[in-house]
Write a protein that binds this ligand. Structure first.
Ligand SMILES: CC(=O)SCCNC(=O)CCNC(=O)[C@H](O)C(C)(C)COP(=O)(O)OP(=O)(O)OC[C@H]1O[C@@H](n2cnc3c(N)ncnc32)[C@H](O)[C@@H]1OP(=O)(O)O
Length: 164
């Protein structure tokens, strides 16, 4: 049976996200290896962003895989994750507005997202590169139409998805 004293935490580049445990006392026995073999176990941390995969986790799993290859160790993956990380640019969340296709009928969809001048300046103060915008004028009102959401935090998540 697996017990806490069998676990040894190996350094993680992203403490608090993904852990890897080495089991010095745990051996995997099979007909080919009757005396057992050391194994490497890697798992998602379900308590951090529900175990999702972002760029840092991708890199970490890659390093663990290389470690297992290098030492010829079986790698066991305990999977508990919610797939690719759906990152949110939290700093932009309370500031953006929606230009609806039909006002009062949100179910008809949206034309675009935008920032008012006031919110544009506020977001700029928080960090200039959170969103990209183009300036437009609608009924005499200056708007900053959002064309790209970058986010201030590195590794929001979608970077780990390949471009198709
Ligand atoms: C290429 C791909 O991998 S595509 C797959 C991408 N992943 C997804 O679509 C999964 C989306 N998530 C879900 O469907 C659900 O969250 C489930 C089924 C995983 C879990 O549902 P629940 O147990 O009801 O938990 P809930 O939805 O409240 O999520 C818990 C928290 O994790 C967050 N979360 C869930 N999935 C993700 C994710 N993939 N990335 C980042 N955060 C996530 C939620 O926003 C929520 O955050 P909060 O506590 O700050 O509000």
């Amino acid at each position: 049976m697996l017990q806490a004293e069998h676990l040894r935490l190996l350094p993680s580049p992203s403490l608090g996200t993904t852990y890897v445990y080495d089991f010095p006392g745990l051996t995997l026995r099979s007909p080919e290896y009757p005396l057992g073999r050391r194994v490497v176990v890697v798992a998602n941390d379900i308590t951090y962003k529900i175990g999702s995969f972002g760029p840092v986790e991708d890199q970490f799993f890659c390093l663990i895989t290389q470690y297992a290859w290098k030492f010829g160790l079986p790698r066991i993956y305990l999977s508990a994750n919610s797939g690719a990380r759906i990152g949110l640019a939290e700093e932009a969340l309370p500031l953006f507005s929606v230009a609806w296709n039909v006002d009062e009928r949100p179910e008809k969809g949206i034309k675009y997202l935008y920032l008012s001048r006031e919110n544009f300046l506020e977001l700029k103060e928080k960090g200039g590169n959170s969103v990209r915008t183009v300036e437009i004028e609608v009924d005499g009102e200056r708007r900053y139409k959002i064309t790209d959401i970058i986010g201030l935090q590195d590794g929001l998540g979608v970077e780990s998805l390949p471009r198709l």
